[in-house]
Structures are given as structure tokens and as C-alpha cells.
Write a new protein. Structure first.
Length: 294
């Protein structure tokens, strides 16, 4: 009995010590485990700002209002990266930290939404709904609802992470990890959907590389692969932390290599290959390869 009491006292003392150490740390130290590099944040923010300008130019020149989520997401990401500068200067400011978290966690959902919308338009406009095992008119709706749900889960976890209580931080990290896993699985299903459409077209004797709309499929594949890199990195980062490790979490360079950079390259693909002209190609040209009817 005495031994149990002593053990309980020791455990309580350790918890109090842990909470005391947590209280002494700034919000940035508790969540990031490093001080954000202001130069890196400025350069990354400027690159996203340039991407935003070019994407808006593409959007307005083509009057493709359906793609508005892409440049808006890029603008939010730029703001989030720029906000890492005052976050480093004021590491214990909860409002600044929350703005920074919000505008770096939210934008990827906008990029994914753009791909969902593009896929639906591609199937309906360029090929045939039979090539999609989910109704193309419903694809964006289903996956956007999924992303909104997982974002709310991630947002709740991110809010708990800013707490000064060690238990709340742990719960927040686990909640954020759960939201990221669900988002990754949802996006993996979307990639399977695109692959299914591609295989169906090839099976019917249609060669996307020889079609005027073929570039839409390749940009979907390329950008989706890059977006998936970010999803896997975030899951690995938080999964490692939950398992007691912190290498990815404590080295800021990986945030830029596996998070910001793949997303930037992915959205810049659409600066070069804006989908509107390939969607319009269906009205200008007939498919070059079709299975002859019996």
C-alpha cells in the first residue's frame, strides 16, 4: 500500500513537472519545436504570391470561374507562409499562431477541390460518364464534403495543440493525425477514380496521349501525385511524433521539401497547362481513336 502511494505521488510529481515545463515554453516551441526561419518563410511566401498572380491571370483570361478555388488557395498559402515571420518574432502570440496554422492547413483542401471539379468536367465534357464509377456530377460534391469534414477535424486538433496542457497537446496531435489520415485515404480514392477512367479509355481503344484533351489526364496525375506527397509527409510527421519520435517535426527543412514545394509545383502545373483550352478541344476536334461500332 505504501509503495502504491509513493508511486502515485511520483507520477503526479512527474506530470506536474511536465506541465510546468510546458508552461515555460512558447506556443511555437510546443508545436513546431523550432523557430521558423524568417528568410525561408519570406521566399516561400513570395513564390506562392507569384503563383497566385499567374493563376488569377489564367482564371480571368479564360473566364473559368469554376476554378476560383485554386488561386484563392494559393493566396491563402502565401499569407500563411508570410505569417510565419511574425510567428517567429512573437512565438507566444496565439492569434498570430492560429492564423498561420489556418492558412497553411486549409489551402491544400482547395487544391484538391480544383482537381475534383476538373475531373468531373473532363468526364462530362471530353469523354463519357460511363468511364467513372462515381457519377462525375457528384464527384466534387462527395470529395469536397469529405475534405471539409477532415479539415474540421484537423482544425480542432490544431486548436488543442496550442494549449499549455501536455495532455491537450497530445490529444490535439492525435486528432490532427486522424484528420490527415482520413484526408489521405479520401484523396487516394480519388486517384483510383482517375486511374479507373484512364484504364477504361485505353481498354476501349482510346489513346489519351493522341487526344487534344489528353493533357488534362496527365496534369491530373502529375498534380495529384505531388499533392499526395504532402499528405503522406504530414501523416508521417505526426505519426512519428505520436510514436515518440520528432525528427521530421523538429527540422523545418522537411516542411518546405515535402509540404510547401510539392504543393507549389502541383498548382504551377496549371499555370502552364490551364485546363480550359483542353476542355474546349472537345468541341473543336473529334476523338482521333475510337473503337469502331459493330
Amino acid at each position: 500500500m505504501l509503495r502504491n502511494r509513493n508511486t502515485a505521488h511520483i507520477s503526479a510529481a512527474n506530470l506536474n513537472t511536465l506541465n510546468a515545463n510546458t508552461d515555460d515554453q512558447s506556443i511555437v516551441s510546443r508545436v513546431f519545436h523550432y523557430s521558423p526561419n524568417k528568410t525561408a518563410a519570406g521566399v516561400a511566401g513570395a513564390l506562392y504570391l507569384l503563383a497566385t498572380i499567374f493563376l488569377f491571370a489564367r482564371l480571368f483570361s479564360n473566364r473559368a470561374w469554376w476554378g476560383l478555388c485554386l488561386p484563392i488557395g494559393s493566396a491563402f498559402m502565401s499569407l500563411g507562409l508570410f505569417t510565419r515571420i511574425p510567428t517567429a518574432m512573437h512565438p507566444d502570440s496565439l492569434p498570430i499562431f492560429m492564423i498561420q496554422q489556418l492558412f497553411t492547413i486549409l489551402p491544400p483542401a482547395a487544391y484538391l477541390a480544383f482537381n475534383y471539379i476538373l475531373y468531373g468536367r473532363f468526364i462530362v465534357t471530353c469523354v463519357d460518364p460511363k468511364y467513372s464509377f462515381i457519377k462525375p456530377q457528384k464527384v466534387a460534391k462527395y470529395f469536397v464534403i469529405s475534405d471539409i469534414t477532415t479539415f474540421l477535424i484537423q482544425g480542432g486538433g490544431g486548436g488543442l495543440e496550442s494549449s499549455k496542457n501536455s495532455l491537450s497537446i497530445k490529444i490535439g496531435a492525435d486528432t490532427l493525425l486522424g484528420g490527415l489520415i482520413l484526408q489521405t485515404l479520401s484523396f487516394a480514392l480519388f486517384i483510383v477514380l482517375v486511374l479507373h477512367a484512364y484504364r477504361g479509355l485505353v481498354k476501349d481503344g482510346i489513346r489519351p496521349s493522341q487526344e487534344p484533351w489528353g493533357m488534362i489526364l496527365w496534369t491530373l496525375f502529375f498534380s495529384s501525385a505531388l499533392f499526395m506527397v504532402r499528405c503522406i509527409y504530414r501523416v508521417a510527421e505526426l505519426g512519428q511524433m505520436s510514436g515518440g519520435g520528432d525528427y521530421l517535426m523538429t527540422h523545418e527543412i522537411y516542411f518546405y521539401i515535402f509540404d510547401s514545394l510539392p504543393l507549389l509545383v502541383g498548382i504551377c502545373t496549371y499555370i502552364v497547362f490551364w485546363p480550359s483550352k483542353y476542355l474546349a478541344a472537345k468541341d473543336m476536334y473529334a476523338m482521333s481513336s475510337r473503337v469502331s461500332e459493330p
